[in-house]
Design a protein around this ligand. Structure first.
Ligand code: NAD
Length: 417
């Protein structure tokens, strides 16, 4: 037999090369599986009889969606109303009892949720629990029937480990570095408007914001004045006095972001004021891959422009890193956008715009790989918080038709199976 390492490498290489993606390939594989069952039906029946002394039968079934039971929802601080209430809608709609744990960092929202929300819901089925990391770790020691966590991959691991102790199913809505590919064939001002809007929205503290731009050196030179123009139009000559620009959540995050301003070279912005937790809308160039700004999720109003020589190099750059929550591609050519889509993987994808894909209730929202597991929004929320119970109901009558499945399995019965 082929050594295991070789087998795994061979299969992964085939997957990365896109072999399993075309619909014709999948259909051919399923046809092959069908042929195998047809060609070896007798052999398999004999094998099953030898191994387990049984044969199988197919039955019709239906799915009953049932609540899991007691659900824990743990939320982050960056959209502290949305990221608590949207999952809560799904959990309640599916019929669960809920413990809601808002973020301790968005203190004012935490207070409103804890003091006011329980008055609107049945207290016998709903509770808000407060606390930071240590209180949440204690909470996680208890047994829940489902855990829905939104936050960082670091804490996601803690939640997953805690859930594993009780074999509790989970959804992890995590973050990461979202790439944004900008093709040479584009209108730089349109791209700059859209990228600046969704990078600096909520001061960059958005899980689906573009973390960095990938483009050619020529496109970078066209994007820089366009980004400057967009920033000035959105926030004025003095963005610090703009009512439309947010502030960094706390001093710890402010200092972290201030540190990132030392990576590469500041092309636009770069100013900061600790007393106000203000960081100017900033664009960095010439960043090194090894610098913190390219190693950690930025989660602030800082946008590095990273240069690549070709679309292939951009796709390799993306695929060499963890799978992101969102991926963006800008091009006048729909073929280019579709190529980026087809040759990469991410939780969600948006062509020629920012995070609009997550505003539609008809689309599931969630990560893949390092950016999370599971999905919600709209009907997907209801499904996430429901156990899909496989059911089969039979009539107590018509016992005669069942005699075929009962042993002894005579040659006459096996012919009928
Ligand atoms: P975080 O992981 O630090 O905290 C999230 C929640 O976990 C909070 O309620 C917090 O109290 C709790 N927590 C913190 N440390 C803990 C520990 N040691 N043990 C148990 N619980 C702990 O995340 P954050 O800073 O609040 O939010 C920012 C992160 O969340 C970013 O990575 C961002 O991308 C991600 N995020 C993801 C989504 C999404 O929908 N995928 C949305 C918003 C934010």
């Amino acid at each position: 037999m082929e050594p295991l390492e070789d087998t795994l490498r061979r299969l992964r290489e085939a997957f990365c090369a896109g072999r399993t993606r075309p619909a014709e390939f999948r259909a051919a594989q399923l046809r092959g599986l069908g042929r195998f069952l047809q060609d070896h039906k007798q052999q398999l029946q004999q094998a099953l009889a030898q191994d387990l002394h049984k044969a199988t039968q197919l039955d019709s079934a239906f799915i009953r969606k049932e609540p899991f039971g007691l659900v824990l929802i743990v939320a982050p601080w960056n959209y502290p109303v949305n990221l608590t209430l949207v999952p809560l809608v799904g959990a309640l709609a599916a019929g669960n009892c809920v413990v809601l744990k808002p973020s301790e960092l968005s203190r004012s929202t935490e207070k409103v949720l804890a003091e006011e929300l329980p008055r609107y819901l049945d207290p016998s089925c709903f509770a808000v629990v407060l606390g930071g990391p240590s209180e949440t770790e204690q909470l996680l020691e208890h047994r829940f029937d489902y855990i829905f966590f939104t936050g960082s991959p670091r804490v996601g691991r803690i939640v997953m480990a805690a859930a594993a102790k009780h074999l509790t199913p989970i959804t992890l809505e995590l973050g990461g570095k979202n790439p944004c590919y900008v093709d040479d064939d584009c209108d730089p001002q349109t791209v700059a408007n859209r990228v600046a809007w969704f990078r600096y929205f909520n001061s960059g503290q958005t899980c689906v914001a573009p973390d960095y731009v990938l483009c050619s050196p020529e496109t970078r030179e066209r994007l820089l004045p366009a980004l400057q123009s967009a920033i000035t139009r959105f926030y004025g000559d003095d963005p610090k006095s703009s009512p439309n620009l947010g502030r960094i959540i706390n001093q710890k995050h402010f200092l972290r972001l201030q540190g990132l301003l030392r990576c590469g070279r500041v092309a636009i912005g770069g100013q900061s004021d600790e007393s106000d937790r203000y960081i100017a809308p900033t664009v960095l160039v010439d960043v090194q891959d090894t610098e913190p700004v390219m190693q950690e999720e930025i989660f602030g109003p800082i946008l590095p422009l990273v240069t690549v020589r070709s679309l292939d190099e951009a796709i390799d750059f993306i695929n060499q890193r963890e799978k992101p929550l969102a991926l963006y591609a800008f091009s006048n050519s729909s073929q280019v956008v579709r190529q980026v889509l087809a040759r990469t993987s991410s939780g969600g994808f948006c062509g020629n715009d920012g995070f609009m894909h997550m505003t539609l209730a008809s689309l599931p929202f969630g990560g893949v790989g390092h950016s999370g597991m599971g999905r919600y929004h709209g009907k997907f929320s209801f499904d996430t918080f429901s156990h899909q119970r496989a059911c089969l109901l039979r009539s107590p009558g018509l016992e005669k038709v069942n005699h075929i499945r009962y042993p002894p399995y005579t040659p006459g019965k096996l012919r009928l199976l």
